[in-house]
Design a protein around this ligand. Structure first.
Ligand SMILES: Cc1cc2nc3c(=O)[nH]c(=O)nc-3n(C[C@H](O)[C@H](O)[C@H](O)COP(=O)(O)OP(=O)(O)OC[C@H]3O[C@@H](n4cnc5c(N)ncnc54)[C@H](O)[C@@H]3O)c2cc1C
Length: 468
């Protein structure tokens, strides 16, 4: 293998996902000589096999379902014929969006003067990394002052059902050749449910198996109830409190329930969505002997690891494994390397499930506030009393606010309902800006919008809701 000339840079970023590419762009903007190494595609999990393609598939599935509903006789007076689906075209359309976005990231990196190396990075020491291209065209050594780990995470497989063939990871489920007739989804976390619901809308028979007794087990029960109802209404079959034992082509997925009864669920494809693990192996990270926190790299409030000059951001640093956290950390690290005084200490990191209905959590739930010793009030406003929700034929769900009793400082927002993901901006801002219930209650919210439920929740917490 031919060796290429060594490169020396101030910042070397390993991983071109939302954490790594944002860090590199911001560093470039700040005039920091930066090299970014990416083994696969710019944009990482998020743009290529995560957030964006899953939301594209969810949108296509929703459109298909609407067309089917219109064909079945719409109360809106829309008359349409029975639709058909060209899934290959759906996947091409989704891939087109991914290509536009990943191409855009490449252009932004170029504009910021970042040098992008395509290849696999292996750490030699805290200041030296070797990059090997997939083409075997020679290794390149990069020496740096600051090393940023942004290697992301990977799907966890079940030992009894390794990925391949009929056993899908989320990546496979985002690019189907044909639609299966029967899909079993293992895991009712947000990835399993988002994809399971989309497949159901595309006309697939979907069964979900979950070890916990509830869907979306990490969310509070009141919030997930509308999702449970919608799953049942849509015909998704749920096996909660059940563990998966294995799979065979003849019988399908072998399952054991809480009473230790065993049964099989026939399936053409099985989507295993039981979680993701930080990517910490296979690139020499062990040689640095960094402090770990369980499976992920331990970081402090500056995103510094236990070794001077080595930083880490995004999924490799653990929960919440979300793209917007990775991006915010990336920006924070770049600015610190440029000498700015920054810390990564957000008041809240929003979490959104793009299920049907959508679920949003920003800040503390009532139970979390209680557990933190806060004396809080909480109030919810239902979409059944919101005019805009009625015009969207979507009156299920609610907006809930949590605020301190003594000074009405807002500490949390939760919502479940159609389109509530778009309310996260208002939720996040009110918490970061230290808003009180009165601030939101006295802000004029446009009518008719779902956002009026935000104002009404604040009014209700103050004991003076108008529209309920
Ligand atoms: C199906 C699905 C849906 C999701 N939906 C959402 C959502 O709606 N909202 C949300 O916020 N999050 C969502 N996520 C999570 C989100 O994708 C991740 O939190 C985010 O991508 C993490 O960013 P990152 O930069 O830490 O890592 P990644 O995006 O995983 O990027 C890491 C990159 O590093 C590269 N890499 C790793 N090791 C090396 C090496 N040694 N050399 C060179 N390159 C290397 C990898 O190829 C990869 O491109 C979803 C994830 C999945 C799987």
């Amino acid at each position: 293998m031919t060796e290429k000339k060594d490169i020396t840079t101030k910042l070397l970023v390993i991983g071109g996902g939302p954490g790594g590419y944002v860090a590199a762009i911001r560093a470039g903007q700040l005039g920091i000589p930066t090299v970014l190494v990416e083994a696969s595609s710019l944009g990482g999990t998020c743009l290529n096999i995560g957030c964006i393609p899953s939301k594209a598939l969810i949108h296509a599935a929703e459109e298909f379902e609407h067309a089917r509903q219109h064909a079945a006789g719409s109360p809106l007076g829309i008359r349409a014929g029975e639709p058909t689906l060209d899934v290959a075209q759906t996947v091409r359309w989704k891939d087109g969006i991914v290509q536009r976005l990943t191409g855009g990231v490449g252009a932004l990196l170029r504009k910021a003067g970042v040098q992008v190396l395509k290849g696999w990075a292996t750490i030699e020491d805290g200041k030296t990394v070797t990059v090997r291209g997939a083409d075997g065209q020679g290794a390149q050594r990069v020496r740096c002052e600051h090393l940023l780990l942004a290697t992301g995470s990977e799907a966890v497989a079940l030992p009894s059902m390794p990925f391949g063939g009929a056993i899908w990871s989320s990546t496979d489920a985002l690019s189907p050749d044909v639609l299966p007739r029967r899909l079993v989804v293992v895991g009712a976390g947000y990835i399993g449910l988002e994809l399971g619901i989309a497949y159901r809308k595309l006309g697939v028979e979907v069964t979900v198996v979950e070890a916990a007794e509830r869907v979306l087990p990490s969310y509070d029960e009141e919030l997930t109830q509308p999702v449970l109802e919608s799953l049942r209404k849509s015909g998704v079959v749920l096996h909660l409190g059940c563990s998966v034992l294995g799979w065979d082509e003849g019988q399908g997925v072998h399952v054991r329930n809480a009473r230790a009864d065993e049964f099989a669920l026939p399936a053409d494809r099985v989507l295993v969505a039981v979680g993701r693990r930080p990517r910490t192996a296979g690139f020499g990270l062990e040689s640095l002997q960094l402090d770990m926190a369980g499976r992920h790299v331990a970081i402090d409030a500056h995103c510094r690891t236990s070794m001077r000059g080595v930083w880490a951001i995004g999924d490799v640093t653990g929960e919440p494994m979300l793209a917007h956290r990775a991006m915010a950390q990336g920006e924070c690290v770049a600015e610190q390397i440029a000498g700015h005084n920054r810390r990564f200490e957000p008041m809240a990191i929003p979490a959104v499930c793009f299920t049907d209905p959508e679920v949003v959590v920003v800040g503390r739930t009532p139970a979390e506030a209680r557990a933190a010793g806060l004396d809080c009030i909480d109030a919810a406003f239902p979409f059944s009393a919101n005019g805009r929700a009625m015009t969207l034929e979507s009156t299920g769900g609610f907006v809930r606010v949590v605020a301190r009793k003594d000074n009405h400082l807002i500490v949390g927002w939760q919502a479940v309902g159609r389109g509530v993901s778009e309310l996260t901006a208002a939720f996040g801002q009110s918490i970061e800006m230290g808003a009180r219930l009165e601030d939101v209650a006295h802000t004029i919210h446009a009518h008719p919008t779902l956002g009026e439920a935000v104002q009404e929740a604040a009014l209700r917490a103050l004991g003076r809701a108008v529209h309920i």
